[in-house]
Design a protein around this ligand. Sequence first.
Ligand code: PHE
Length: 444
Amino acid sequence: MAKREEWSSRQGFILATIGSAVGLGNIWRFSYVTGENGGAAFLLAYLFFVAIVGLPIVIAELAIGRRGQGDATSAFISIAPRSGWAAPGLIGVAASFLVLTFYAVISGWALKYFAGAGTGVLWQAASADAGGYFQRFVANPGEPIIWQATVLAVTMLVVVGGVQRGIERLNRILMPALALIMAGLAVYSLLQAGSSKGVAFLFTPRWELLLRPDIYLAAMGQAFFSLGVGMAVFITYGSYLPKSFRLPTMAIMIIAGDILIAILAGLLIFPAVFAHGLDPKAGAELVFITLPQIFLAMPAGKIVGTIFFGLLVAAAVTSMVSLLEVPVAYLMHRFGLRRWPATVWTGAIAFLLGLPSAMSYGLLKNIKWRDHQILDNVDYVVSNFFLPTGAIMIALFVGWRWNRPDAIAQANLGDGITANLWIWSLRVGAPVLMAVVLARSFFA
Ligand code: PHE
């Protein structure tokens, strides 16, 4: 058997996992879900879930992956043979795949904006009517599909390239560049007149909102989506990890990077939303309507804007790479497919299943549930229900089924108080919390 691919360096691994974690979830999804759920109170709930539930589970997933040295399902089976515990791995593979279907659509929007920014079409159209430009684009029956297909094709090329050559090399350059430019833009946005309303929206909680159960559901879904928890990503990437890497340190760095980019996105977007008199509750289109307006109003904005949309596409693609890598690794390992057919098949089916999402603001715009279109609902169901369900099972698996000394050793946790905290948060804390939030939202 060929030696399993491995990450070439610690830094390469961290960047690649941050590349997977950081994506449209931190910019597009974070801003619109935060906007819809009232700002600062939601941000608090989100940070709570990231730190209290996300951290132990990220460590757990990495540990399962490294110990299992296979795909997302075989990892469970190798730890607990003949026990039917492959289920959370399967849920993860399914979730990654489903997210990929609509993620490609939004990534396609980002690519369209990048192309439009580069050629100048975007600036012309947006200076007349940024909202109208976006609406016309998504309502077009064919155009969103072409962009969706293009982004998927690019992602497939990277995934066919394999772990080191493709994924690692790309992230090494893109992630630091993205963080830098976003920090610059956030500072700019904060210096604008009227930015204080946006800052208050993001940082001054309206405490009464914390009484609403749906905030917790949304915050949990956002935390999981944005980290990529419950989607077998960390299990799959963890399987390429050498023994010498310490998991807790890496988990903390991944999480810190993810939070940082989300907060920068908030600092960049909300001041502008208020400065331009837009509604923070505008929904999925928030980023695509506000951002061009920010760029149009700033000096050298067209150049900065083009770079920004370029990096947004890059962040989206690095996330799509890992979304696609999960089912591909599964097919390769379980069914002996070679990398390229596995990639082509998965990509093609994801494209087809993504078509309703691509058409959800055009031909299919009248198909609604919860007053939202198809794409938002696929996202809602997968993020708020699939991911927590997978995460609960993973927590219980590591907490109760995996033998404790092995789990703790794999997670590099020593045997002190941290190890106990970790085990008990997986055994009881995290699953109970998640179950309560899920149950509340069913019976609310
Ligand atoms: N975390 C990514 C984002 O925030 C989405 C994603 C989830 C990517 C899982 C890969 C795996 O955009």
